[in-house]
Design a binder for this molecule. Sequence first.
Ligand code: MLT
Length: 266
Amino acid sequence: MLRTIDVSGVRYRVADEGTGPVLLLVHGFPLNHTMWSAQIEEFSETHRVIAPDLRGFGGTDGALYAVSMERYADDLAELLDALQADRPVIFCGLSMGGYIAWQFAARHPEWLGRLILCDTRAAADSAEAAANRLKMADIVSKEGPEPVAWAMMPKLFAPVVTPQQQTLADLVRKMVLETDPVAIAAAHRGMAIRPDVTSLLPNLRFPTLVIVGEHDVISPPQEMRTIADAIPQARFVQIPAAGHLAPMENPAAVNRAISDFLQTTR
Ligand code: MLT
């Protein structure tokens, strides 16, 4: 069921499907909950799957000038409360959704049971990358989402181009172009100031699954393996025939990895 719910002055659009333990799916930048379609379909058979559009994205309003990863994490805790979700939840985030996961784990551990991190990073931006983000935020505010689509599209997918990948790329481009430029700029400004969480990884006490597409150039497999090695209860799965958007590019393999993890951890 796609529902809308008002929480602290923000009107959220959120997919809320199935019953059982809560699986919270947090999308990447600059996308929305529909990137998780294959996971919503599969896991709503056994779980209550909650997949919101983050503040300003998709069908959710409330975009600000800048939104920190901490703010998105607090938004999610408030949203779960408003949805009367059972604790603990399984938090699954992709890329920016993973940056938010670190903050959720630090700020709202009482909500968290298990963590799934897809194609994400623990490191902060370099000074140069942060400066580029701030520049891009200003450009997008003036010109709309097109420049961000141009900058990101070549980095999102595995290199082999099949007709299915082309369809997927068209879908993702459309999703980016339909995103509110204010939300894109706000998230860019938030990601530019996100903290380096590498030193926190050894303190994470949750069963954790780390997933990465073998061709991911934004959060490469070697970097994600290092993240998994630093988290005491983590396992690492590399997804074949996928880049940065592994859950969309190879949903069968990602769903299998998630399903194995859910069945063998508590
Ligand atoms: C994402 O997929 O959320 C982005 O690649 C995150 C980023 O720009 O660092």
